[in-house]
Design a binder for this molecule. Sequence first.
Ligand SMILES: *Cc1c(COP(=O)(O)O)cnc(C)c1O
Length: 399
Amino acid sequence: MTADSKPYPYFPGNRFLHSPGPTHIPKAVRDAMTNQPMDLSDPRVDPIIAGCEDGLRRLLGTKQAQIFLYAANGHGGWEAVIANVLAPGQKVLIAGTGHFSDSWALMAEAMGAVVVRTPYREGFPIDPNEIEQVLRADTSHEIVALFAVHTDTASSTTNDIPALRAALDAAGHPALFVVDVVASLGATEVAMDAWGINVIMGASQKGLMTPPGIAFCAADARAMEVSAKNPSHRFYWDWQLRAGPFSYKKFCGTPPHNLLMGLQAALGLIFEEGVDQVLARHRRLAGAVQAAVEAWSARGQLGFLVQVPQSRSVSVTTILLAPGVSSDDIRTIAREHYQVSIAGGLGPFQGRVIRIGHLGDLNPAMILGCLAGVEAALRKLGIAIGDDGLQRAMRALED
Ligand SMILES: *Cc1c(COP(=O)(O)O)cnc(C)c1O
């Protein structure tokens, strides 16, 4: 294929992007990003960065945490956390949630940490009792931190973060509490201070409606103290080196001006709509998707992966397929024939599931269009599904 060949035909109208990240970018965000970058000492740069930091603090529910922004994707945010809070040979407890906890654990091991894992039970959230037991058994307090993924985007499970804080407290364990909110922030409640979280990490391209390329950490005073004493080798990610008012130092070089302009605009949209309204909109749209999946499930060819209804994410829904039903075929027909792009399975779910992303810049008509495209693809492939998926989705959107 040559660089100028066009393997895919032109299509009119909008394509429906329903991967759980990257998500739709609102026009106001795209427009903000078309501004020229500035010279590094232009006084307009610092207020953009401060706007992003203040907005993130507000959305994260923290008054005191320091925010560190990186020109990186979510994996960069993960590495920043590990580099700052763990030294080689130190122990971290990583609660098993599936693909994303596994990936974070492999990264921690690659960086020299010793990882204690709790097993992921397919279809179920983290069991706080199991976490409490592991922490209680660690009587010499070798475990430096507990890492938990709020919403695991592969399984579409949202975990009970306050219950994990309660487990740490019940065990009387001093481990830092670290939470990944990449797929939950901007879609469901996150309350860093009220939930006793010491470190949060996230990224720009999911509920924050900004292109991929910005990762962030929020660190409280205890986490900053741990980082200050941490002897591990690091530079780019180092919170101590990134702290302070100078933007060139904050970013260890040139800040990603245009992404920051986009993020600032996106946070502005969230506050303009109202955080409570944004979260309520996500619950409502997720309710429509869940109503459709429930109806489609009637003939046994597909169903929810998450077995506990209250643990089903408002960001993404993972649909388990019966053996013989092809995830790739459904995705290809939905994308190429109906212009609806959905995700497939990650890690152990590869080939076994489809995932519908429903977070970010979405409204009822977009969700109904997505569900219609997916249902049409299922029907075109002759997969047996219940009849009233779209009707039920519409009914779920009535109130
Ligand atoms: C997407 C995601 C990541 C990784 O983000 P990248 O930008 O792809 O590196 C990490 N954690 C969760 C929960 C995610 O959904």
